[in-house]
Write a protein that binds this ligand. Structure first.
Ligand code: CP
Length: 316
């Protein structure tokens, strides 16, 4: 694979991705899946490159898959968390970037609780920045691995009915998925209690006029090809956005009885981590229609594709 024609320096969100950009990521991810099917899951594409994973927020899937992705591509990897870095001693974001740059980092992968932090940090970096999730704003690599997984199971995305259900308002996953799925021709419906829907979407207004919005999970599930459940962020209950977890379960939990409303061959997705028996029943999360584990697996190939497209330099 030699046609590394990627022009962009950073991956901060998918809002500026064209359909061609998304196709390029999907095709490259397919090549990486092939690499991962080999007995020796390693190629020299990023030999001599340094990838720094800087996670100011906890992560299981994203951090471990970026680390594996970089290692499968033969990069050297630095992993830093807020707790293990000099952030706890007052080091600024810009100072951390300068330090990583002095250490030779070619790519910084950053997760941060503040929306926009990777954008600010990228301005102080000669290398590339990948946003691994910032506040409520964006999670581009999650949206891309979700897109790849949908295509893997459904063959195409045009005209697919994708229903995203749960805490949309606080979800960076929902926001990035809406950008990529609408660009790929899917019909996106969002569903949740009024207090967990963003205003701009709940009026079918400003940013995504084509996104449908409903408070009724039955309506969202009816004939859905893809059901994407989101984590209920329990801390929201304290802030008065939910009357009670019990009511949320009664109105919005995905269980077997509700899943029959979707198409027979609908797939069930969740970015994780899952609150089992809260937003989704455990037997549905691990049931035959669930592709949640495949999403995790596809995370490695997708992140290999992103690293390769940003700074790969040898044939695969
Ligand atoms: N989906 C996701 O971002 O999971 P982690 O928080 O475990 O990385």
């Amino acid at each position: 694979m030699t046609d590394n024609i990627w022009q962009r320096k950073h991956i901060l969100d998918v809002d500026d991705f064209s359909r061609e950009d998304l196709e390029k990521v999907l095709q490259t991810t397919l090549v990486m899946k092939d690499v991962l099917s080999r007995p020796l899951k390693k190629v020299p594409s990023l030999r001599g490159r340094i990838v720094a994973n800087m996670f100011y927020e906890p992560s299981t899937r994203t951090l471990s898959s970026f680390e594996l992705a970089a290692k499968h591509l033969s990069a050297d990897v630095i992993n830093l968390s807020a707790a293990s870095s000099s952030y706890v001693k007052g080091e600024s974001l810009i100072d951390t970037m300068s330090t990583l740059e002095a250490l030779g980092a070619d790519v910084v992968v950053m997760r941060h609780s503040q929306s926009g932090a990777p954008y600010a940090a990228a301005r102080h970096l000669k290398g590339s920045m990948i946003n691994a999730g910032d506040g409520w704003h964006a999670h581009p690599s999650q949206a891309l691995l979700d897109l790849f997984t949908i295509r893997q199971y459904k063959g195409q995305t045009d005209g697919l009915k994708v229903s995203i259900i749960g805490d949309i308002k606080h979800s960076r996953v929902a926001r990035s998925n809406i950008w990529s799925l609408t660009k790929m021709g899917s019909e996106v419906t969002i569903c949740g209690p009024q207090t967990l829907l963003p205003n701009c979407l709940s009026r079918n207004g400003d940013i995504f006029p084509e996104v449908k919005c409903t408070l009724d999970i039955g309506e969202a599930l009816a004939d859905a090809d893809v059901v994407m459940m989101l984590r209920l962020q329990k801390e929201r209950q304290q802030s008065g956005l939910l009357p009670s977890v019990g009511e949320y379960i009664a109105d919005y939990q995905l269980n077997e009885a509700r899943l029959v409303l979707a198409k027979k061959d609908a797939i069930v997705m969740h970015p994780g981590p899952v609150n089992e028996d809260l937003e989704i029943k455990r037997d549905v999360a691990y049931g035959k229609q669930s592709v949640i584990q495949e999403q995790v697996t596809n995370g490695v190939a997708t992140r290999m594709a992103l690293l390769y497209l940003l700074c790969g330099r040898e044939e695969i």
